[in-house]
Design a protein. Structure first.
Length: 202
């Protein structure tokens, strides 16, 4: 959490504004950053923001066709110089796709060309050699979690919506009265009766 204090407030708010208005969201990164980006894409889907992870290997072979003007791409790179991400940045700029870069190097190429830079400074990794993506991975995931939490407020996303798209798993007990009813047109509808207090989500 200390690392997130280095994130500029206005940059964070700008990122929220772009993400809340984007028709589609994508995220890309390599290694640990890429794994965190996959998690971010899932977080967005969980609050009904259409999103997907785009592999850097596939991005320059047609996968960026997913993105259209006005969409948002998040690029995550600790050093901000990941060579596989630079062509993605170029494609996004040509297509009118907004780019949010999460990096600790605000002077890097990925930061310089981005619409928003979310600075994620990390003093050192946890291992003896300071070489494994441990602390930096944690900080990036905390940032992504914070973005999702802020987007829930910004978009007015409700737990009733989450219940519809997540009827199973460990959250099933939170929505025990999701009853299926039939309409006159024989189409399925869902009536949700929440018995769990909303305070348990906070």
């Amino acid at each position: 959490m200390q690392a997130l204090r280095g994130i500029d407030r206005q940059s964070f708010l700008r990122a929220i504004a772009l993400l809340s208005q984007a028709p589609r969201i994508a995220a890309s990164g390599c290694g640990h950053s890429g794994i965190a980006c996959q998690h971010f894409a899932h977080l967005m889907c969980c609050i009904e923001r259409p999103a997907r992870f785009i592999s850097p290997a596939e991005a320059t072979h047609g996968a960026t066709g997913y993105l259209q003007k006005g969409d948002v791409m998040i690029l995550a790179s600790r050093g901000g110089k990941t060579s596989e991400l630079l062509p993605i940045l170029s494609i996004c700029k040509q297509k009118g796709v907004f780019v949010i870069t999460a990096t600790e190097n605000s002077g890097s190429p990925l930061a310089h060309e981005a619409d928003v830079v979310l600075n994620t400074p990390v003093t050192r990794e946890t291992d003896h050699y300071n070489s494994q993506g441990t602390t930096s991975f944690t900080v990036l995931n905390v940032l992504f979690d914070a973005l999702q939490a802020a987007l829930i407020d910004a978009t007015g996303f409700r737990n009733e919506q989450f219940a519809v798209i997540h009827p199973g798993g460990t959250s099933e007990h939170l929505f025990p009265s999701l009853n299926r009813i039939q309409s006159k047109q024989s189409e399925s509808r869902y009536l949700l009766k929440i018995s769990a207090p909303l305070s348990i989500f906070l």
